[in-house]
Design a protein around this ligand. Sequence first.
Ligand SMILES: [Ca+2]
Ligand SMILES: [Ca+2]
Ligand SMILES: [Ca+2]
Ligand SMILES: [Ca+2]
Length: 430
Amino acid sequence: METNNFEEANVQYIQLWVMDPYNGDAPNNDFDNKGALYFNLGDISEDILRDGFEGYENGLPVNGNAQFRENAWGRTPVAQNVLYAFDRDETTRSQQDVGFDGQINDDEKTYRSNFLTAIRGIVSQNPNELNRLENDPSSDDFLYFRDNSYADTIPGILDRYKYYNGVENNSPVATSGTIQSNYQQPDAEDVNRVNGMEVDENYFQYKVDIDPTKMVVGQNYIADVFEANPTNIRNGTSKPVKWYLIKIPVNDKDREQFGQISDLKSVKFIRMFMKDFKDPIVLRFARLELLRGEWRKYDYNLQTNLADVTPDLFEVGAVSLEENGQRDPVNYVLPPGIDRQSNVTSTTEQLLNEQALSVRICQLQGNDYRAVYKNTKVDMRNYKRIQMNLHIEAFKNPPSTSTIPEDGDISLKVRLGTDFLIITMSMIFH
Ligand SMILES: [Ca+2]
Ligand SMILES: [Ca+2]
Ligand SMILES: [Ca+2]
Ligand SMILES: [Ca+2]
């Protein structure tokens, strides 16, 4: 992570769009293929092959000139790493660019002979897969998405990238034509490249259910749904496709804690994984991002400035025209008199997104309040008026214990400056 202190940077959400995995693209369109998508934030172990030693390809012996130790998966260097770069002598590249197991395929065949014997009987019905395992027992080979072996079958994009994350022979020396690599650095058990492997596991965990009955706005971190109508998809037809906006508050009360972590002041890593699906499933993501806001929640009592009881639901975020223009039951529209700005850096006519601050509050008692604030530096003497557009709406599915407020029950106050000025408005529901 580039930003480690989420509290200082005011990172509030993990946000992503996920395409509906139950839209009929899966081979058997299996609605029972349910599971969960997990996110971890904090310290995550980088020891991928967990032996307590850092594997890094450029520490592997070239022509037998370095020591190595054996582990359950193959070989790992003995020397401490100082730099991540392959040897200048490019002829030795194939001895080091071999993956985390430290072995080329010929060594894998010897080292994993017991595994190969066991697997032959199990996958004998699938000669292609058996052949692949016989050639690459560690299943760590890289294959370029336009590799010649794909030429006969013309596979789809998922097949073309199936072996793209392979770590053996993924940084070959360029000879002629296209360089068939995914990157040119040695692979290492050091994700953040600080010349050292971290092994601590202290993190918060967030879980999103991937289940056709739970893809409902307002539940399961699903904040919105967008239905696209792509035309001319790969099979030449068109069909509506749903995208779900998943928005996970990083301070969510349902997060689980693992190890020693009490806050989000030092978040070194984010890890995502999927679990509990009975069959393979493909999730397609768009715009996976951490959202930080200019506006912060005020967690103290406004009169006493002492820490307040944390309310059940109090969220600060944004709503925008591009992402919430189809929102149900109330879609985002441009406030009267506001025009979208043009993107002046673009050569084509392009309008920028338009968005607004959004505050969600539940269980507000009589004479109670919730406040949000931001630090700013504006010389107000240059202005005569402040204009603010405000919209208020009830929850689509309010908790059964709540009372729906009526017109005039809620008011908004705006405070400006340190010696503040208060503007009060009574609010009417639309
Ligand atoms: Ca290791
Ligand atoms: Ca290997
Ligand atoms: Ca291999
Ligand atoms: Ca490699």
